[in-house]
Design a protein around this ligand. Structure first.
Ligand SMILES: [Fe+2]
Length: 390
């Protein structure tokens, strides 16, 4: 997180005596990333956060690879992922490489009888359908349609949903996720040409502090396995913290598109970055305003990155037969571009209502068995002329 946040009670100086009303001590924890070099927060707990009572076992949740080496464009019908009452069970990785998993989820219920922590990866959760509250040991965030929730690795959390109709697009990133460096000055502040600023980033606003002992199950994901760890104290027992490492929310509807007289390249849509992939937001915007401009993109060779587009809403001008919830995968190594007729169709149009999230990975993605269940096997031929639309 690029800026300082403080919530709850903290002592006047770090690493000093901080007493409870009864005279005993609060327990400090440094919650940091990249060793001691990355962003961190200082937390103050009711109890020592180290009290493991029991490790009940672990089970494998690694994605099962169906296609390891891929040079074929695919369309995945994301809304065909089966809903599941349980949050973790509902998560289905469809694309994966050593840096990230791209996951679809349709949870029907809130996380009630366990807490969850991903020790491997930052989680970027895009809320396509549904609303509720992300509850964490660092405070809570309300979410609704269009929100990105950035949950740093190690955050203990629960998801409360308002109803059963939820659709999430999640990127689990083993590389830290940041806002793009080129939009920040050398103090870390977002610059004037950034398509969003600090005011658009929502910080946790509500800290749940539970001074409770008992049996508290945290499902901890590490190295592709979920470990069932039982702790002796409530994981949400923080009375206060400050620092730079905490979950936050950003609505895609607050992204201010950058436009031009002629077609602007995908980096203008960039919202997040890592050293292994970028995330871009394609938002409703005015089209290019040169009198002879062609608003549709040109064919392009993403020769060294796989391109994943997740279609959220609106009409997708460059694609034929694409619906909300679909994913297109355009692999590195071959060009892709607008479908037949899309270039001609775009001339003279003045604006688009399209809403989509793009993830471009620098390493090739593998398709999982869950992806093959919802894959359209003929999409790679959809650029042919003469009735090969489908
Ligand atoms: Fe592309």
């Amino acid at each position: 997180m690029p800026f300082y946040h403080k919530l709850g009670k903290i002592p006047h100086k770090r690493h000093t005596i901080f007493r409870k009303p009864d005279g005993s001590l609060y327990y400090e924890q440094l919650f940091g990333t990249i060793g001691f070099d990355g962003m961190s927060s200082n937390l103050y707990h009711e109890h020592r956060p180290t009290q493991v009572k029991e490790i009940k076992g672990s089970y494998d949740v690694k994605p099962k690879i169906a296609i390891e080496n891929n040079l074929k464009s695919y369309r995945l019908k994301g809304f065909q992922i089966t809903p599941h009452p349980d949050y973790l069970e509902s998560r289905k990785a469809v694309l994966t490489n050593s840096d990230c998993d791209i996951v679809l989820a349709s949870p029907q219920g809130s996380t009630t009888d366990y807490f969850y922590k991903n020790a491997d990866a930052d989680e970027l959760i895009f809320v396509h359908k549904g609303s509720g509250k992300l509850r964490t040991h660092l405070g809570n965030l309300d979410f609704k349609y269009g929100d990105y929730l950035l949950v740093p690795r190690g955050t203990i959390y629960k998801m409360d949903f308002d109803d059963e109709n939820n659709r999430l697009f999640i990127v689990e990133s083993r590389r830290p996720i940041y806002t793009p460096k080129r939009y920040r000055n050398w103090f870390g502040q977002l610059l004037e040409h950034s398509p969003f600023c600090e005011r658009d980033l929502r910080q946790p606003h509500e800290l749940e502090t539970n001074d409770e002992k008992g049996d508290f199950l945290i499902k901890i994901k590490k190295q592709g396995r979920i470990f069932d760890m039982v702790y002796a104290t409530h994981p949400f027992d923080v009375v206060g913290y400050d620092g730079y490492n905490y979950p936050y929310a950003f609505s895609i509807h607050d992204f201010e598109p950058i436009t031009g007289r002629i077609h602007q390249p995908p980096p203008v849509h960039q919202t997040f970055e890592t050293d292994a992939f970028v995330v871009c937001s394609f938002c409703p915007r005015k089209y290019d305003y040169h009198p002879e401009s062609i608003p549709a993109p040109y064919s392009h060779s993403n020769i060294d990155s796989d391109e994943v587009l997740y279609y959220v809403d609106g009409d997708f001008m460059s694609r034929n037969d694409i619906e909300a919830g679909h994913i297109s995968l355009h692999p590195a190594g071959i060009p892709h571009g607008p479908h037949p007729g899309a270039v001609e169709r775009s001339i003279g149009q003045v604006e688009t209502e399209e809403l989509a999230v793009m993830v471009d990975t620098f390493k090739p993605l593998m398709l999982t068995e869950d992806a093959m269940e919802i894959a359209d096997d003929s999409y790679h031929k959809s650029w042919l002329e003469d009735g090969h639309e489908h």
